[in-house]
Design a binder for this molecule. Structure first.
Ligand code: OAD
Length: 233
């Protein structure tokens, strides 16, 4: 393996599982009792805005009852101490990376604690409940919605992510099933540009065969051990 300077870490729901946040594709394939298509598509929002807004209100309120776990804390330590480049990209809409101390994780699928204006595109921090038809503070139209990237919508900051992946020497995927693109394709892009690729997950993801190395287990144990080893050189 070449010397490691730039690292990209991709995280998914599995990193927050030990904090008590349900993963998306758990037993039964339901997310907190709902089919993903019923709460995570533009069609669902148009069909039943009350249900969709309430669903994300509940998820946002639940953040007050959870805390970062050892995996989030270890990545925050890596963020603080790694002398090279590091980009943490998360598919998660929770705020546990930030609460552990990570400086600027990219939330490619949006954030629970943010509201998006469907009319003017304004995004702003949002802590409270967000009923349908709430007025936008910028354009004034009653068009605020949860700032979640629904299926069929384009994830945030893809240019920055693509650039970091092309420049990285090590790509690490933690706690994601590899079922949702474009994130599921990052490993192949990283390999294409010559990075070493490592997966840490409870069980093999759909893209496991694309990784140079897979470590199976709980993120709360695997990630701190990996961070210790990387920082020790
Ligand atoms: P998934 O629920 O699809 O996958 C979570 C993965 O984490 C699974 O492979 C589990 O085996 C693994 N896992 C569970 N507990 C773990 C633990 N303690 N330690 C390590 N791994 C563990 O979640 P994502 O891959 O993040 O999109 O889902 C991707 C996207 O699909 C989400 O961002 C969401 C969803 O639809 C949007 O909201 C737009």
């Amino acid at each position: 393996m070449t010397e490691i300077r730039n690292i990209v870490v991709l995280t998914g729901a599995g990193i927050s599982a030990e904090s008590g946040i349900a993963t998306f594709r758990g037993p039964g394939g339901l997310w907190e009792g709902h089919r993903v298509e019923d709460v995570c598509t533009p069609e669902a929002l148009a069909r039943d805005p009350v249900l969709v807004h309430r669903f994300y209100d509940e998820r946002r309120a639940a953040l007050a009852r959870v805390a970062p776990n050892a995996a989030h804390v270890a990545l925050a330590r890596l963020d603080a101490e790694w002398p090279g480049g590091l980009l943490i990209v998360t598919q998660n809409v929770d705020d546990l990376h930030e609460r552990a101390g990570a400086k600027r994780p990219i939330h490619m699928h949006g954030e629970l604690k943010s509201a998006l204006c469907a009319h003017c595109g304004d995004r702003r921090a949002w802590e409270a409940a967000l009923p349908p038809a709430t007025e936008c503070g910028r354009c004034g139209l009653p068009a605020l919605r949860p700032d979640i990237v629904f299926f069929g919508e384009i994830p945030y900051r893809m240019d920055e992510i693509d650039t970091a992946i092309a420049d990285c020497d090590l790509f690490v995927s933690i706690g994601t099933s590899g079922a949702v693109y474009p994130a599921a394709g990052f490993v192949r892009t990283a390999r294409h540009w010559g990075a070493h690729t490592l997966e840490m997950n409870l069980d093999p993801s759909e893209g496991s065969l694309f990784f140079d190395e897979t470590r199976l287990g709980r993120a709360g144990e695997l990630v701190p051990a990996w961070v210790n080893a990387v920082l020790a050189g």
